[in-house]
Design a protein around this ligand. Structure first.
Ligand code: ATP
Ligand code: MG
Ligand code: FE
Length: 336
C-alpha cells in the first residue's frame, strides 16, 4: 500500500511517499525557517503564502524521488489539524484536489498522531501498546498509545509546551529562532548544574508538566544580571535550563511506564531530537529495563513521512474523509 502524504501545518511544506506505513520512499521538506528568522518566529500570513508557492513542486518531487506516479498511489494522506489555519488549508486543498482528480481516497491525519507515528519508521519491531512522550513546539503530552491512532492522555502541560520554553529562553539570551537546536548545541559547552532552577510539580497530578515557572526563573536570572551588571555565562545558563526540562520530562515518562506497566517508551515531536533528552531517557530506561524508542532527528521535527505512516494505519482502519474535509486549527488528539 502506497500513501502520498502532505504536511503544511506550520512552516514546513512537506510531501512524502510511504510504503506499508513504515518504509519511506521519499521525504521532501521545504523549510521556511530562513524566511521567519528575521521576525523571531513564524508569521502565519507569510507561511500560508509560501506554502502556496511551494506545494506543487514539493509533491512532484516526492513522487519523483519515490519513482512512482500518482496512479501507483493507494491514498492521499494530509494533516488537517492542529496548526495554523491558513497553512493547514493549503495542504488540505492540495490533497483534496489530487485525490479528486486521481480518484483516490482521502485520509485526514492529526498532526500529533503523525509525530507519534514517526517512531514506526525506523523501529520495525515497535507496535502498540506503549507509552509516548510527545514534546513539540505546541504540545507536551504523556500518552499511552493503546493501538494505532488510539491514545489515552495521562499527562499534559498546564502552561507552556516544552518546545515553546526552549524557544522563549533562546530568544531571551539572544540565540535566535528556532531556539531548540541552538540551545541544544550551546548547552554542550555549559555546566548543567551551574544554576539551580526550580523543578515544578503539579500538585496531585504526577504526570502533568509546568514550564512557565522555570521560564520565569530564567528570565528573572537574566534581568537580575543585567541590573547588577554581572556577566551571564550563556552556555551554563541554557545548559542548566535544559537540564531542568529534561529532568521533568524523563522522570514523569519513566514513572508512567513503570506505574502503568509498559516496557516500551517512545518520544515524539521536535524536542525529541534534543541530544540531552535522548541521552537521559536512554539511561533512565536502561536502568528501569524499559525499551527506549525515538525517531531520527529529521523525523522528529515536522515532515510528511510521519503523516504517511499515520495515514496508512488510518487507511487500514477504514478512515476516509470527504471533499468537505476542512482545516481544524485546534483539533484534539483522538478526534476524527
Ligand atoms: P506542534 O507539532 O505541536 O504543532 P510544531 O510542529 O511547531 O508544533 P515541531 O516541529 O514538532 O513543532 O517541533 C518544533 C519545536 O521543537 C520547536 O519549539 C523547536 O525549538 C524544538 N526543537 C527542535 N529541535 C530541538 C532540539 N534539538 N532541542 C530542543 N528543542 C528542539
Ligand atoms: Mg517547523
Ligand atoms: Fe509538529
Amino acid at each position: 500500500t502506497l500513501i502520498l502524504a502532505i504536511e503544511s501545518s506550520c512552516d514546513e511544506t512537506a510531501a512524502s511517499v510511504v510504503k506499508n506505513g513504515r518504509e519511506v520512499l521519499s521525504n521532501v521538506i521545504s523549510s521556511q525557517i530562513a524566511l521567519h528568522t528575521q521576525f523571531g518566529g513564524v508569521v502565519p500570513e507569510i507561511a500560508s503564502r509560501k506554502h502556496i508557492e511551494k506545494i506543487n513542486q514539493v509533491v512532484t518531487q516526492a513522487l519523483e524521488d519515490a519513482k512512482v506516479t500518482l496512479a501507483d498511489v493507494d491514498a492521499i494522506g494530509v494533516t488537517y489539524g492542529p496548526g495554523l489555519v491558513g497553512a493547514l488549508l493549503v495542504g488540505v486543498a492540495e490533497a483534496k484536489a489530487i485525490a479528486f482528480a486521481a480518484k483516490k481516497p482521502l485520509v485526514g491525519v492529526h498532526h500529533i498522531e503523525g509525530h507519534v507515528s514517526a517512531n514506526y519508521i525506523e523501529n520495525p519491531d515497535l507496535e502498540p501498546p506503549f507509552v509516548c512522550l510527545i514534546v513539540s513546539g505546541g504540545h507536551t503530552h504523556l500518552v499511552i498509545v493503546k493501538d494505532y491512532g488510539e491514545f489515552e492522555i495521562i499527562g499534559r502541560t498546564r502552561d507552556d509546551a516544552a518546545g515553546e520554553a526552549f524557544d522563549k529562553v533562546a530568544r531571551a539570551v539572544g540565540l535566535g529562532y528556532p531556539g531548540g537546536p541552538k540551545v541544544d548545541k550551546t548547552a554542550k559547552e555549559g555546566n548543567p548544574h551551574a544554576i539551580e532552577f526550580p523543578r515544578a510539580k503539579v500538585e496531585g497530578s504526577p504526570y502533568d508538566f509546568s514550564f512557565s515557572g522555570l521560564k520565569s526563573a530564567v528570565l528573572n536570572y537574566i534581568n537580575k544580571a543585567h541590573m547588577t551588571g554581572e556577566e551571564i555565562n550563556v552556555p551554563d545558563l541554557v545548559s542548566s535550563f535544559q537540564n531542568a526540562v529534561v529532568e521533568a520530562l524523563v522522570s514523569r515518562a519513566v514513572l508512567a511506564a513503570k506505574e502503568y506497566g509498559y516496557d516500551k517508551l517512545a518520544i515524539a515531536g521536535g524536542v525529541a531530537s534534543n541530544s540531552a533528552l535522548r541521552a537521559a531517557m536512554q539511561e533512565a530506561c536502561d536502568k528501569a529495563h524499559i525499551r527506549f524508542y525515538h525517531p531520527s532527528p529529521i523525523f522528529c521535527t515536522d515532515n510528511a513521512a510521519m503523516i504517511g505512516c499515520a495515514a496508512y494505519y488510518e487507511y487500514k482502519k477504514g478512515t476516509r474523509h470527504g471533499w468537505d474535509l476542512n482545516a481544524v486549527p485546534n483539533l484534539k488528539l483522538g478526534e476524527r
